[in-house]
Design a protein around this ligand. Structure first.
Ligand code: GLV
Ligand code: MN
Ligand code: MN
Length: 428
């Protein structure tokens, strides 16, 4: 790609680094959704939106949106975005690169005095990462019209409801239906790959074909918390023993399903709460959360049936009780729009970039957006494939290349979608 970029790579990089400064000092890089730091990051972003000539607002689902009006309001919106929240001790790029790229695209268009026919919206979706309420992609679910009332009633470990938390970040749970959008004609998301494929093949960008479906399951084991020194082994009801055996069962079942191929399948126990958590107390209660991902939902059904059976057996063996498996969330796999994928590929090829198709094992807001409008994604390389860790890294120029692909595609979509709309009017 030529040295003269149609956007400012340093300005884009500067935004990513500035947002990285807004982190829990002891636990970089942490900006958990709904936390005061998350709100601080968003205030910073809203200022950047305003300074870039974008009208900033928060929609009822708590998404922060910056908007540049188009020349033909009836044409609707081209939207670009991702998320600014992080996992605990996460990275500086996951989600943030996509929001910053959107902002830079808006600035580059303004610098070039180029107003699109469509309105352009830059979206920072609320809580893409699993939140303290056990739910992820809260904002994009809302925008897709699938943030249900029972989800708003979900509680965090302190007993607060998502409904109240949404209000605190400027959303409006009483008008959640109004978050559902009908006017977005195309959605594009730039994201770091979070895997090793692009780097290992020395490629510049990946055009995402599909996004794995994610189900999160909660299992709770209840035993008896007793004195660790005085309770004989044969009289214990140790909840952690049942949970630990279940963790191993998850691993074995997932390995087997992944090996069956050709579908992608992974499962992880990333949360294990042990209570009361004393070195000299037999664990009385254990809660674990399983994250299951696949391109084939039939495999999830098989997996769940197997874990249901195994965890019940492990509970019986440890003489503890097990609550029925609860699905905290469930999203099917999502295909990216073929026309948008072609456009992204054309832009990348015209720029002389090395490009490939790639499937996403990570979840993304684009999966929910694809329910309401054509949606597609561009991946940029992740150093050593690392992500959800502080070492997460993508070079300045790698992000800039992905952002230019997005910018060129936004411009070409604006032209082609305007043409389509005019042709439709001519037909009518
Ligand atoms: C999002 O980061 C996910 O894939 O869990
Ligand atoms: Mn993530
Ligand atoms: Mn992400």
């Amino acid at each position: 790609m030529s040295a003269a970029l149609p956007l400012d790579a340093d300005r884009l990089w500067g935004d990513i680094m500035a947002l990285a400064e807004i982190t829990e000092a002891e636990r970089p890089y942490t900006r958990r959704s709904f936390s005061p730091l998350f709100q601080k990051g968003r205030a910073w972003l809203a200022d950047r939106f305003a300074a870039s000539g974008l009208a900033a607002r928060i929609d009822p689902a708590g998404n922060l949106i910056g908007r540049a009006e188009g020349r033909a309001p009836s044409l609707g919106v081209i939207a670009v975005g991702s998320h600014s929240d992080t996992v605990p001790s996460g990275g500086r790029f996951d989600g943030i690169a996509g929001v910053a790229a959107g902002l830079e695209i808006a600035r580059a268009l303004r610098d070039a005095r180029l107003q699109l026919d469509h309105a352009l919206e830059i979206i920072d979706f609320l809580a893409e990462e699993p939140s303290d309420f056990g739910l992820s992609c809260i904002g994009s679910r809302g925008m897709a019209g699938v943030l249900e009332a029972n989800m708003l009633d979900m509680t965090d470990p302190r007993g607060g409801t998502l409904r109240d938390a949404l209000r605190r970040v400027g959303g409006d749970p009483d008008c959640i239906a109004a978050a559902r959008r009908h006017d977005i004609k195309a959605f594009l998301e730039l994201h770091i790959e979070q895997g090793i494929v692009l780097e290992s093949l020395s490629l510049d960008v990946g055009i995402v074909t599909s996004i794995a479906g994610i189900r999160r399951l909660e299992i709770v084991f209840e035993g008896a918390a007793d004195h660790a020194g005085t309770t004989p082994m044969d009289l214990r009801r140790d909840a952690l023993v049942a949970a630990a055996n279940t963790v191993v069962a998850v691993r074995h079942a997932a390995e087997r399903l992944a090996a069956e191929g050709p579908d992608y399948f992974v499962a992880t126990v990333g949360i294990l709460n042990v209570e009361p958590g004393g070195a000299n107390v037999v664990p009385g209660r254990c809660r674990l959360v399983i994250d299951v991902r696949t391109t084939n939902p039939a495999l999830t059904q098989k997996f769940v049936a197997e874990i249901d059976r195994d965890s019940k057996r492990h509970a019986e063996e440890a003489r503890v009780s097990r609550r029925a498996l609860v699905a905290l969330s469930d999203g099917p796999p999502a295909a990216c729009d073929p026309t948008l994928r072609t456009r992204l590929r054309e832009s990348a090829t015209e720029l002389g970039l090395r490009v490939t198709d790639i499937a996403s094992g990570a979840g993304h807001d684009a999966a929910f957006m694809s329910r309401i409008c054509p949606s597609a994604m561009v991946f940029v390389p992740s150093r050593h494939g690392r992500s959800h860790v502080p070492e997460e890294w993508t070079d300045r120029d790698q992000i800039a290349r992905g952002a230019v692909v997005m910018l060129q595609t936004v411009k070409s979509l604006d032209r082609s979608l305007s043409g389509d709309a005019r042709a439709d009017e001519g037909v009518r």
